[in-house]
Design a binder for this molecule. Structure first.
Ligand code: HEC
Length: 182
């Protein structure tokens, strides 16, 4: 009896030591780092289109691949119920609105897959048809009626416009499903 109790105590001590050593939940740490990598990748692509960064086809391809790999089903898998709420920045509402959360994750995944496919074929220097406002589906002004066509068929949208649509999905999800934690 005594030994069993001692063994049980010991295993409890070990378990809490492991938790302390590992720090915060590794699933949370992994998804936060994944989000940061997406942010860095999006910044890289935006910088190349804005002229703040030198355009580099290989870097564009890598950055688009980073976003593709972390959206869609991969993003959904990063948010199991038990990891939601403080201390993470993931709201508990994700569980109450799973279908909406997953639809957003899939929507951004489709856009990122389309962008990555375009990046695979990216030319050595930026061409006009990669820029916002170009292409038959766009017809010029972003404020016009045409952008809906890009939503309906993202493959027709120029790469720069796809990036903007992707960033809109980042914001839509954050405004609903992300919280500030102290
Ligand atoms: C479907 C929802 C969803 C989408 C889409 C999404 N995010 Fe997030 N993001 C979250 C949630 C929820 C958190 C909070 C995660 C946590 O703290 O556990 C988060 C956190 C972050 C963070 C903070 C990470 C940290 O260190 O705490 C950054 C940066 C970020 N997202 C960038 C992006 C970018 C850039 C995109 C688009 C390319 C994006 N996210 C798309 C839901 C989303």
């Amino acid at each position: 009896m005594k030994w069993t109790a001692a063994a049980a105590m010991l295993s409890l001590v070990c378990a809490s030591a492991v938790v302390a050593a590992a720090g915060p939940d590794p699933i949370i740490a992994t998804r936060q780092s994944s989000m940061k990598k997406m942010a860095a990748a999006a910044k890289t692509i935006a910088g190349m289109f804005d002229g703040k960064l030198a355009y580099d086809a290989a870097a564009f391809k890598a950055a688009a691949g980073t976003i593709r790999a972390r959206t869609g089903p991969a993003l959904i898998a990063e948010f199991p119920s038990a990891t939601l709420g403080a201390p993470s920045g993931a709201r508990l509402e994700i569980d109450q609105a799973r279908s909406e959360f997953e639809a957003l994750a899939r929507h951004i995944g489709t856009l990122a897959t389309t962008l990555a496919a375009k990046a695979e074929r990216a030319p050595a220097s930026i061409t006009d048809d990669m820029r916002m406002g170009s292409g038959p589906a766009m017809g010029g002004s972003l404020l016009g009626k045409r952008p809906a066509a890009a939503q309906a068929d993202p493959a027709k949208a120029p790469a720069e416009h796809l990036l903007h649509l992707i960033l809109q999905d980042c914001s839509s999800c954050h405004s609903k499903f992300r919280q500030k934690v102290l």
